[in-house]
Design a protein around this ligand. Structure first.
Ligand code: DGJ
Length: 537
């Protein structure tokens, strides 16, 4: 049975179908509001009413200044990115209390539109990497009114308190002004999503141990949390009136902090959403997903994998929790992808390091977007670190709408090359794809013997029972019939190399002979698109 999960953020696919057929009110709006839809655990971010794939890049932290923007746009263009993620600083737009200046936002809108690039704005406000460094100066100068947290040892910690009502109200007010401005100035929805805060939580203390925080910690757990689906997922039980320690035992400190930070952000997000209901998300400074480390070793209170259910219960206005992937190693990265691609959470990777292109298809195939961080950093630009991703985006950007639609329909299958595992298979229904990663060779050419990292990847789009698109690097694609045809002889009917332009496959050549006869077509360094049809004999 088809299953749809409806939240404040996601719209049922049924409504989406109605939207496409023009039978709802939304369809009459010229540019419908971006929104997330979910069906059978797959998600689409609708932009202009159609699934959209974020092939993005995030600027460096200090780039949202008029004289810095040309450098950012230059890299966006070189990368063939369709979306720029860029901060808006609280200290910049409310330099004086209650006086808002959105000229930088207008500049971003104008410049993005000139380039036909969409924007994801990052609201750097109460939290930026767990600290308050983007609060306006007038707030930083009133630390008693806008306090940081206190550590267990009674010492101050460089992280804002989620229990500070004055800070929360000031943040909500400024964020609402930003969202109001966008509503007025951006009817065409150049801005497709907004990130609320940046990597919220606290480094250096599991929670706030100030007197006020201690008082709240000793209060009963919120009934809303006790009644939520989170309890089952956390494996906890508790009744109304039980304290945090009674319900959550040794996890009480961290869970209390996660609930407090998420509830604060919900207040800010709900206020902004009330005036302009764009999809909102929160990004995550991850913990190691494999070792269940102590919360003293990561940013406590943020939506790390162990507290996703708490965040879902506390912050329904936040559409998704988005992992910033800087962790190393296939097992870790693939685990993060699995943990954040949930029925109630569309996968968006809003930050990663530029050497993670290997996971691009995996993220696209399970989510709604991908973006490396710090694209305009001078050292990265000088080293042309974005070049491998640029080659991918060049091929994928002209077919991004199709990819997003195919993904929503469950047609995309992906694989990455794992250390010590050069072959993988993918079940495609009537066929099984066999992917061989590594240095390839066609007849007459020796295989490349140079040592290389395990960086191969493959994406297959199932267009029909016997018809597929294949994209990859360092990968050979071959197939086997399955089911009642298992063991039968088979052959390629046709393998065409091409690319997408104007929503259509553009033919370049037919691959045959040496290019397909020896275990199937091989794609090397350059990402390549193949249209493959198969037949049994
Ligand atoms: C994660 C943060 O979210 C970014 O803003 C930036 O500070 C990077 N870390 C730096 O690596």
């Amino acid at each position: 049975m088809k299953h749809q999960m409806l939240t404040k953020c996601t719209t049922a696919a049924l409504a989406f179908a109605a939207l496409l057929s023009g039978s709802t009110l939304w369809a009459q709006t010229e540019t419908p509001l971006p929104q997330l839809v979910e069906q059978d655990g797959r998600h689409a971010l609708l932009v202009d009413g159609k699934p959209y794939l974020v092939l993005g890049g995030q600027s460096s932290n200090s780039s949202t200044w008029p004289k810095m923007l040309p450098g950012v746009w230059q890299v966006v263009e070189e990368m063939h990115a369709n979306t720029l993620e860029i901060p808006v600083y609280w200290e910049q737009i409310e330099a004086e209390p209650g006086k808002y200046d959105f000229s930088i936002v207008q500049l971003l809108l104008d410049q993005a539109r000139e380039r036909d690039v969409r924007l994801i704005l990052l609201w750097f406000a109460t939290w930026k990497n767990g600290s308050n460094h983007y609060m306006p100066e007038w707030m930083k100068l009133q630390p008693k009114k806008y306090p940081n947290i206190t550590g267990k040892d009674g010492k101050p910690v460089d992280s804002p308190s989620p229990h500070a009502t004055a800070t929360m109200e000031a943040d909500a007010k400024a964020f609402t002004e930003l969202m109001k401005y966008l509503k007025e100035a951006d009817p065409q929805h150049t801005v497709i999503m907004v990130q609320v805060e940046n990597e919220p939580g606290s480094w250096g203390s599991v929670r706030d141990y100030s007197k006020e925080a201690q008082r709240l910690f000793n209060q009963p757990v919120s009934d809303a949390l006790l009644r939520s689906a989170a309890m089952k997922e956390l494996g906890a039980t508790g009744k109304s009136g039980d304290t945090w320690t009674e319900v959550f035992g040794e996890n009480a400190d961290e869970y209390f902090h996660a609930w407090s930070v998420a509830s604060y952000i919900e207040y800010v997000a709900a206020a902004g959403k009330a005036v302009n209901p764009l999809p909102l998300y929160v990004n995550v400074a991850l913990r190691d997903p494999l070792t269940n480390p102590a919360p003293t070793s990561y940013e406590s209170g943020g939506p790390t994998d162990n507290v996703i259910p708490i965040w879902k219960a506390a912050a329904p206005s936040i559409c998704l929790l988005a992992p910033d992937i800087y962790l190393q190693g296939d097992e870790r990265v693939l685990k993060v992808i699995e943990l954040y691609a949930r029925q109630d959470n569309a996968l968006l990777v809003p930050e990663t390091s530029s050497d993670r292109v290997k996971y691009l298809y995996e993220i696209i195939g399970k989510g709604i977007g991908y973006a490396p961080f710090g694209i305009d950093a001078p050292d990265k630009v000088a080293a042309r670190q974005h070049a491998p991703l640029a080659a991918e985006y060049k091929l994928l950007a002209p077919m991004a709408r199709q990819l997003a639609q195919w993904n929503f329909e469950g047609r995309i299958f992906t694989a990455v090359e794992l250390e010590n595992k050069s072959e993988q298979t993918i079940d495609l229904g009537k066929w099984e794809a066999v992917l061989q990663f590594g240095p390839g060779h066609t007849m007459g050419q020796s295989p490349d013997q140079k040592p290389r990292p395990a960086d191969g990847k493959a994406m297959i789009v199932r267009l029909g029972d016997n018809e597929f698109l294949a994209i990859g690097t360092h990968c050979r694609f071959t197939f086997r019939p399955t089911g009642k045809d298992a063991g039968k002889a088979w052959q390629y009917l046709k393998v065409e190399e091409g690319y997408y332009e104007n929503d259509e496959f553009q033919f370049v050549r037919v691959l045959n002979g040496d290019q397909t006869d020896w275990d199937g077509p091989y794609i090397g360094d350059e990402p390549t698109l193949l249209h493959i049809t198969l037949t049994t004999r």
